[in-house]
Design a protein around this ligand. Structure first.
Ligand SMILES: *Cc1c(COP(=O)(O)O)cnc(C)c1O
Length: 463
């Protein structure tokens, strides 16, 4: 479609409305390797390829919308985290970011451990053969049935989240004649998001037991007194999409102080601390995430230093990256439908998915990038808002971005960095059929989670 057939929105910075965007990239066809998975490139015809396969072929074979996951990138990121932390630390992949049986097998093969936070995630992990001792079980309201299954399966640790749960898990473990390995999740009074952290007053939340007022110390006292529990350490998770290590620094210091207090009171040095996940990734070119080896070094330096000053043996550290492993490895492929230019504002580009496959923009005001991927274009950059097909004006996938002015219905566009918290948070709103996840590797593509069908919808509706 030519520009005159559908007039483009505003193009020049001086007439652009307010928004979250930076200036358009000099070349809209260029792919910023920060936001795309590692095997993504453009072929000689200008089409985006992943694992050596062009998006047109993927769209034809698997349909749109669909998530394409770069398996070799996923595996490489697992190895990078495992190598960075080395044999004296443990990396737990946070399954809530995205979990499937294939993912579990890859984690197992690459030597990672796995965090789960529901019976469904536990079932998936066990079904795909993750050894129970490599599984950690989280959650602020684990049901008795879930705890029973975790204990019976022999999970490596349960992270206790409340005073009631300390007693509950101890009873269940005793009934099964085992001592369950547990950690206590503490709220250290730090909350970190993206480039900021706030170091007071974040005890006001549902997770964990506050360090303040001696609550956490009391939880430790109770856990140590119960035969069904083997307290192996303390856990802290401070937020998500974090770039600044300062929040981890405060958190590590407070956790180590607690270990010192426990030593002084009980004469025991707990062998482990878990510093949680939350490490940021690049959703747009403005984001600058750290490499796993930098993160590993920063965390281990902090813990070592704090332990030296408290005269404690350095505990074994564990971390729980979810987003940082799977987030960058996938993109969502959409077909462009209706294009609506609003004079003096922006152009609304509708795609065949939306908030049902990516709720993060609506939920967290998340920022994403987008590119025309079925071809290249030399047309001028136009400010667009990529929206879905749902009955909701907040149904926005990418709030503000630039796409070429000759974008037309039928073009394929892709949103990178959708590997985490997109399929796992997907819904059936408007009876949308949740998209498939297709793993691509070395010229081969295979479905690891299939597309929902109308039969699936009707099967749940028992009338
Ligand atoms: C969500 C969560 C994680 C993972 O967070 P990411 O931002 O995906 O790294 C790790 N640990 C706990 C306890 C969590 O709740």
């Amino acid at each position: 479609m030519s520009r005159s057939a559908h007039p483009a929105g505003p193009r020049h910075a001086d007439v652009l409305p307010e928004g979250h965007y930076s200036a358009p990239a000099a070349d809209l066809n260029a792919l910023d390797e920060k936001v795309w998975s590692r095997t993504v490139t453009r072929d000689a015809d200008g089409a985006l390829t992943v694992g050596g396969i062009a998006v047109a072929r993927l769209a034809e074979e698997f349909g749109t919308p669909a998530y394409f996951l770069d398996e070799s990138d996923f595996r490489a990121r697992c190895r990078a985290w495992a190598d960075a932390f080395g044999p004296d630390a443990d990396v737990f992949y946070a399954g809530k970011a995205f979990l499937s049986r294939a993912i579990v097998r890859w984690l197992k093969e690459e030597g990672l451990n796995l965090d789960v936070c529901s019976g469904g995630e536990l079932t998936t992990a066990l079904d795909a053969g993750m050894p129970a001792e490599r599984i950690a079980f989280h959650g602020n309201n684990k049901t008795v049935a879930e705890i029973e299954r975790a204990v019976e399966a022999g999970v490596g640790r349960i992270v206790l989240d409340s005073f009631q749960e300390i007693v509950r898990v101890a009873h269940i473990a005793q009934r099964h004649g085992v001592r369950q390995r547990v950690q206590i999740r503490v709220t250290v009074g730090v909350e970190a998001h993206t480039h900021e952290f706030i170091a007071t007053a974040h005890e006001d939340q549902k997770f964990g037991i506050a360090l303040a007022d001696g609550q956490a110390a009391e939880a430790v006292r109770r856990a140590l007194a119960l035969d069904g529990l083997e307290l192996i350490g303390v856990h802290s998770h401070i937020g998500s999409q974090i770039f600044d290590m300062a929040g981890f620094e405060v958190s590590a210091r407070r956790v180590v102080q607690l270990l010192a207090e426990i030593r002084d009171e009980h004469g025991v040095e707990l062998p482990e601390i878990d510093l949680g996940g939350g490490l940021g990734i690049a959703y747009t070119s403005d984001d600058d995430p750290r490499e796993p080896h930098e993160i590993a070094k920063a965390l281990s330096d902090i813990v070592t230093r704090e332990c030296e000053s408290a005269k404690l043996r350095t505990p074994r550290i564990s971390v729980e990256p979810g987003r940082a492993i799977v987030g960058p490895t996938a993109f969502t492929l959409y077909e462009v439908g209706t294009i609506k230019p609003l004079e003096g504002l922006r152009t609304y580009v509708s795609v065949d998915g939306g908030m049902s496959d990516n709720i993060r923009t609506a939920l967290y005001d998340a920022e994403y990038s987008v590119a025309l991927v079925s071809r290249t274009s030399d047309a001028e950059p136009t400010l667009v808002r990529v929206v879905g097909k749902h009955c909701e004006s907040g149904d926005i996938v990418v709030k503000d971005a630039f796409l070429p002015a000759d974008l037309a219905p039928g073009d394929l566009i892709a949103v990178p960095a959708t590997g985490a918290y997109c399929r796992s948070m997907a819904s059936n709103y408007n009876h949308a059929l949740r998209p498939p996840v297709v793993a691509v590797r070395d010229g081969e593509a295979r479905v690891i989670v299939r597309r929902e069908t109308e039969e699936d919808l009707l099967r749940l509706d028992v009338g």
